[in-house]
Design a binder for this molecule. Structure first.
Ligand code: ZN
Length: 187
C-alpha cells in the first residue's frame, strides 16, 4: 500500500499480528498504533478515515480516526456503558455548559484532524462525490448531533489518542487500568 493511493502505514508486521489477535481479523487501513498498553500491545490505533479499494479508489467515507483495540480496556469501558453512563454523561453535557463547550471543541478538533489525515487526492474525491458533509459536519466517530455521545469506546479512544473530555471524565472517575507487563508488580 505504498503506491501513493494510500498513506504508508507506520504499523509493523508485529503490530498487525497483535491487532489481528485482538480484533479477530487483520485490519486494513491502519495508519499507526497511536498508543500501546505498557504490556506492549496496541491500545488505540489511528485509522485511515476512508475505505479504499485495491486500486486506491475511494469506496466510502469512514469517519472514525481513533479506535480502541485493547481487549481489557474495551471490557472496562463496556461495563460503564452497561451501567448507563452514556445517558448520564449526556445529561451532564446538557447541564454543564463548560463541559459541553469542551466536548463540542473535541468534535471540531477530531473533524479537522480527520480531514487532514486524508491524502490530497482523496480530499478531492470526497468533494467530487459529495461526501464532504460527512467530513466537515460530523464529529467524533461520525456523530452528527454534537450533544450525543453514541459510544464510550469512541470517546475513550479519542481521549487516549488525543484529547476528549468524556474519556478524561471516565478515566478520572473510574481509574481505568491499562495492561501492565507481566513482570512488573501491579497494584
Ligand atoms: Zn491493553
Amino acid at each position: 500500500m505504498s503506491d501513493g493511493s494510500f498513506p504508508a502505514a507506520d504499523a509493523s508486521e508485529d503490530d498487525l499480528d497483535m491487532l489481528e489477535a485482538q480484533l479477530g481479523r487483520r485490519p486494513t487501513g491502519v495508519l499507526k498504533v497511536e498508543v500501546y498498553c505498557p504490556a506492549g500491545h496496541p491500545q488505540v490505533i489511528r485509522y485511515y478515515p476512508l475505505t479504499v479499494g485495491e486500486q486506491g479508489e475511494a469506496l466510502s467515507p469512514f469517519p472514525t480516526l481513533f479506535w480502541l483495540t485493547c481487549p481489557s480496556l474495551i471490557r472496562q469501558v463496556s461495563e460503564f456503558e452497561s451501567y448507563g453512563w452514556i445517558g448520564k454523561i449526556e445529561e451532564r453535557i446538557q447541564a454543564d455548559s463548560d463541559f459541553r463547550a469542551e466536548y463540542h471543541e473535541n468534535h471540531r478538533a477530531y473533524g479537522l484532524e480527520r480531514w487532514a489525515a486524508l491524502l490530497p487526492a482523496h480530499q478531492e474525491t470526497v468533494i467530487e462525490k459529495g461526501w464532504e458533509n460527512v467530513y466537515r459536519n460530523t464529529g467524533i466517530g461520525g456523530i452528527r448531533e454534537w450533544d450525543f455521545v453514541k459510544c464510550l469506546h469512541l470517546q475513550y479512544a479519542h481521549h487516549a489518542g488525543a484529547a476528549n473530555v468524556v474519556g478524561r471524565f471516565l478515566q478520572e472517575q473510574f481509574s481505568l487500568q491499562p495492561c501492565m507487563p507481566p513482570e512488573s508488580p501491579v497494584g
